[in-house]
Write a protein that binds this ligand. Structure first.
Ligand code: PSU
Length: 304
């Protein structure tokens, strides 16, 4: 097994068997601008503590896997420029070479599993990019959900993606997609979409029980909980559509590809909405942190 460096807070929680919620670091390094990224990371951690669980933000610093970051480490990460965006394919290489890396949804799931953490809260998962029939650009997050037994709480997949294809792939891979408290799937910045959810659950207890049942059946993989953004913070899909289209067109003309696509699009949508998309993004992450904590607490009552 590899060495995991636990923060004092996470180490104590583990020793006491308290519920933990994993948090990713790509949202900090590639998803939001400084200083809102660090402020949000702190608020998300506080939200988890306020709801009875312990936050564990995951990153690779100087080739070491950290589960739980100190204030200083978070601050440094939020301003660092040379941080790799790690997924399943390059996670081990970064550790082996002694680099710095931020974990995407896929890499955070892997790290959470290694640390015995069953729930992970984020903003939105990666998925099938528009035009994937040409580019084959499909996030490794989708396969990870089918392999690694972690429940991921997100506001669905980011609306810059091809959402119908993203959910088709998840269905093919056998990943349970659970809309929380509504019949339709959410669409990241918008509370709803025109896609009915494959599953709906209305309580953290139900989500925890479903995870335990999968394990009892010997089924691999995790669950995606699609938690709609609070109504007061959403940008309705109709309003956002032209903005997304414009950002996508610019990405195409500028030849943005691979790992740079998502950060580029998020950055342009931020500019085109005058910062509103970032406010929504922050609100939905906080909302996911609350639900993640509630699920972790319920899982703690049903030991695996
Ligand atoms: N949630 C956010 N902002 C983000 C991400 C999630 O609110 O930037 C990150 C996650 O780390 C996710 C990644 O894994 O975006 C997806 O990137 P890609 O589309 O390149 O797979």
């Amino acid at each position: 097994m590899i060495d995991i460096h636990y923060s004092p807070e996470v180490a104590d929680a583990r020793a006491e068997g308290r519920p933990l919620v994993a948090l990713e670091s790509t949202i900090i390094t590639h998803g939001m601008p400084f200083p809102q990224n660090v402020e949000t990371a702190r608020r998300v951690e506080a939200e988890i503590r306020d709801h009875g669980a312990v936050p564990a933000t995951i990153a690779i610093l100087d080739g070491r896997l950290h589960v739980g970051l100190t204030e200083d480490q978070l601050d440094r990460l939020g301003q660092a420029k040379d941080v790799a965006k790690l997924s399943r394919a390059d996670f081990a290489a970064c550790l082996a070479r002694g680099g710095n890396g931020a974990t995407t949804v896929a890499a955070t799931m892997i790290a959470a599993r290694l640390a015995g953490i069953e729930v992970f809260a984020t903003g939105g998962i990666g998925g099938v990019h528009r035009g994937a029939e040409e580019s084959f650009d499909i996030s490794a997050d989708l396969h990870e959900l089918s392999k690694t037994a972690v429940t991921v709480v997100a506001a669905g997949a980011k609306a810059i993606l091809d959402l119908p294809k993203t959910f088709e792939v998840l269905e093919t891979l056998g990943v349970p997609v659970i809309a929380y408290g509504q019949d339709m799937l959410p669409a990241f910045w918008s509370a709803t979409s025109d896609m009915p959810a494959p599953l709906r659950m209305d309580s953290a207890a139900e989500i925890a029980s479903a995870m335990r049942m999968r394990a009892a059946m010997g089924l691999d993989g995790g669950q995606l909980v699609a938690n709609p953004i609070p109504a007061e913070a959403e940008i309705p899909a109709d309003e956002l559509r032209p903005v997304i289209e414009q950002a996508l067109a610019e990405a195409e003309t500028q030849g943005i590809a691979a790992k740079s696509v998502t950060p580029f699009l998020l950055g342009r949508i931020f500019e085109l909405t005058g910062g509103r998309s970032l406010e929504s993004n922050i609100a939905l992450v906080l909302n996911n942190a609350r639900l993640g904590a509630a699920i972790a607490v319920e899982l703690g009552k049903r030991r695996g």
